[in-house]
Every structure is written in structure tokens, then in C-alpha cells.
Design a protein around this ligand. Structure first.
Ligand code: NAD
Length: 306
């Protein structure tokens, strides 16, 4: 399949590398010149539990340099860069091109729908992790999976093809009619732990140093799942609570991406996570004081550091 990865940082490069290794024609589109140059010159160095491999059969260029349309675009920018990236990469978007977002947060379907008809927009969540340590080099350890669906819920042949191509790359993908519950569950988890770590500069494990960390996290989880329920989405609060407790117990030294962004003085995804929940809560008539407070605090931290 002809595939473009739009936003080839940690996740985009990992997915692009795997898809290229499975024999697809993959182009990585990114604005990070150093990363693109390394991949063009030396290939992509991909480190997984199987060791480090160099993937050479992929192209890397800036979005505006791409001239040929592709069958599938996987959007892996941070959420606030989606529209600029898709606008710059307009040449890769043909009339049949499928657009897939596995980004975190809310609003991804709406953002992609400005560029393609609803049956060509696909939304999902992934538990694959990835890190980019230096230009041209990414790693992903452990296992993950992908759940996805067309944004309008229709089962199409394009959906089946997308699932198949991701499975051929050993990315453990399945079509899932309940994808919106999975999206909201991940948002609940991230709204709790990402924002608390970003504000306190605690690692996930350090949130357990007083009872406040878990208590605040669980309050946010309850608020976010209440908003999902008010919108008719069956997000499983107990499941997210158990994931939060598990992360607090076992992901001791992990710095969530929002904390990494604050420390690196970059913009965070707060608007697509806590910010979008607060907006959805207002229209659903649900009170979300903890989620809103954390959104405000992250905005303040972000503004000060940047
Ligand atoms: P990242 O910052 O490593 O990568 C984003 C890439 O987008 C960067 O290389 C950046 O240069 C590029 N970019 C920015 N603006 C662009 C533009 N206009 N055009 C083209 N490229 C542009 O981020 P990531 O960790 O790979 O995360 C990507 C998304 O996946 C986020 O929504 C994140 O929440 C989600 N996610 C991440 C993980 C993870 O483990 N890293 C896991 C699940 C989901």
C-alpha cells in the first residue's frame, strides 16, 4: 500500500518503520529537518524488543515537498499541528485517500473531517508506546494494539484494508464499533496523569508520595467518564481507575508526554485533552471542576515556561 505518515516523530517513525518493513511504500512527512536528513542518509534506526534494525526502504521529506497522492495517511503530529500538517501535505490527499488518526485527545475526527469525506476518516486508539531519542532513531518496547473505526461508524472495505495492512506489519489491529468508549477512556487516563505530572513535575510514581496524587487522578477520571456517559458513550470508569492504579504502582519513573513537553518548553496537548473535556462538559451540563482546574494550571505552566 502507498502510505504517508504525517508527523514522523516517535509514533509516526515507529509505525512508518514497521509498515515499510512489511513491504509497503512508506513516505515519512515531517518538518524536523535533522530527522528527515538522518533518515535519508542513514535510514531509520528502529529499536524494539527484537533489537535495533535499520529501515532503508522508506522516503522522508517535508509535507509540502510531497507530490504524489497515497492510499492511506496516518496522522501522527501532536493534535495542535494536525491542520497545518494536512494543509501543507495537500498533494498526498487524493479523492480516495483514507485519513487515520491514532493521536491522543478529543476532536481528531472533526479535524480530519475538514480534509476528507466521513467514510474516509478513521479514528482509533493505540497502546503501542514509542520514544524518539535522537534524529533518525526511535524505539518501542513491549507490546501494544490498535482499535479503530470509521468516524461515522460504517464498516467499509477501506476499513478492512486499513486493519489488514496494520496487522501485516504486526501492529495488532482490530476494527471496533466501541472505539469511542476506548477514545474517552484514554482521554480520562491522560487527563488525570498527564496533567497532574505536567503541573507538579512528578514522575508517575512520584504521584504516590502523598495520597493526594491518586485521589486527584481518580476524581478527574470520574469527571471525564461522567461527561462521556452524558454523551451516550459507555466509557468504563472502573477500567480506567484500574489502569491509573496500575500505572501509579508500576510506571514509577515514567514522565508522561505532557511533562516532557513542559520540561522541553514545547506546547502541550492540554487543549485536546483536559481542555476538550471541559468544553464537552459545558455542552453536556456536567460539572468538571478538577479537570478544569488542571487545564488552567497546565496553561499557566506552559505559558510561563514558553
Ligand atoms: P512527537 O512529538 O514525537 O512527533 C510529532 C511529530 O510531528 C514531530 O516529529 C514534529 O516535527 C511533527 N510535526 C509538527 N508539526 C508538523 C507539521 N506541520 N507537519 C508535519 N509534521 C509536523 O509526538 P509522538 O509522541 O509521536 O505523538 C504523536 C501523537 O500520538 C500525539 O497525539 C500523542 O499524544 C499520541 N501518542 C503518543 C504515544 C507515545 O508513546 N509517544 C502513544 C500513543 C499516542
Amino acid at each position: 500500500m502507498k502510505i504517508a505518515i504525517l508527523g514522523a516523530g516517535a509514533m509516526g517513525s515507529f509505525f512508518g518503520g514497521r509498515l515499510a518493513q512489511a513491504g509497503n511504500a512508506v513516505t515519512l512527512l515531517d518538518i524536523d529537518e535533522a530527522h528527515i536528513d538522518h533518515i535519508r542518509r542513514d535510514g531509520l534506526r528502529l529499536s524494539t524488543d527484537a533489537g535495533e534494525q535499520v529501515v532503508r526502504n522508506l522516503f522522508a521529506q517535508r509535507p509540502e515537498e510531497a507530490t504524489e497522492s497515497v492510499e492511506l495517511i496516518i496522522v501522527f503530529t501532536k493534535t495542535m499541528h494536525t491542520e497545518a500538517a494536512l494543509t501543507a501535505a495537500s498533494a498526498v490527499l487524493g479523492p480516495e485517500t483514507v485519513l487515520l488518526s491514532l493521536q491522543n485527545g478529543l476532536g481528531n475526527a472533526e479535524r480530519l473531517s475538514r480534509f476528507a469525506t466521513p467514510e474516509r476518516v478513521m479514528i482509533g486508539v493505540t497502546t503501542w508506546p514509542a520514544d524518539k531519542s535522537e534524529p533518525g532513531r526511535v524505539s518501542s518496547h513491549g507490546n501494544g494494539a490498535i482499535r479503530l473505526m470509521t468516524a461515522n461508524g460504517h464498516r467499509t472495505s477501506a476499513l478492512d484494508r486499513t486493519v489488514a495492512v496494520l496487522n501485516e506489519a504486526n501492529l495488532a489491529c482490530r476494527a471496533d464499533a466501541d472505539v469511542w468508549a476506548a477514545v474517552w477512556e484514554k482521554v480520562a487516563f491522560n487527563a488525570a496523569l498527564n496533567s497532574l505530572c505536567a503541573v507538579t513535575q512528578c514522575t508517575v510514581g512520584e504521584l504516590t508520595h502523598t495520597p493526594d496524587g491518586e485521589s486527584l487522578a481518580l476524581k478527574i477520571v470520574a469527571e471525564v467518564t461522567a461527561v462521556a456517559h452524558a454523551r451516550g458513550i459507555a466509557a468504563d470508569q472502573a477500567h480506567v481507575e484500574s489502569n491509573v492504579r496500575d500505572a501509579l504502582a508500576h510506571h514509577g519513573s515514567h514522565r508522561p508526554s505532557m511533562l516532557q513537553d513542559v520540561l522541553a518548553k514545547r506546547r502541550t496537548e492540554i487543549e485536546a485533552i483536559n481542555g476538550a473535556v471541559v468544553e464537552a462538559a459545558a455542552s453536556a451540563g456536567v460539572d468538571v471542576p478538577y479537570t478544569a482546574a488542571l487545564a488552567g494550571l497546565v496553561r499557566l505552566v506552559e505559558t510561563r515556561t514558553r
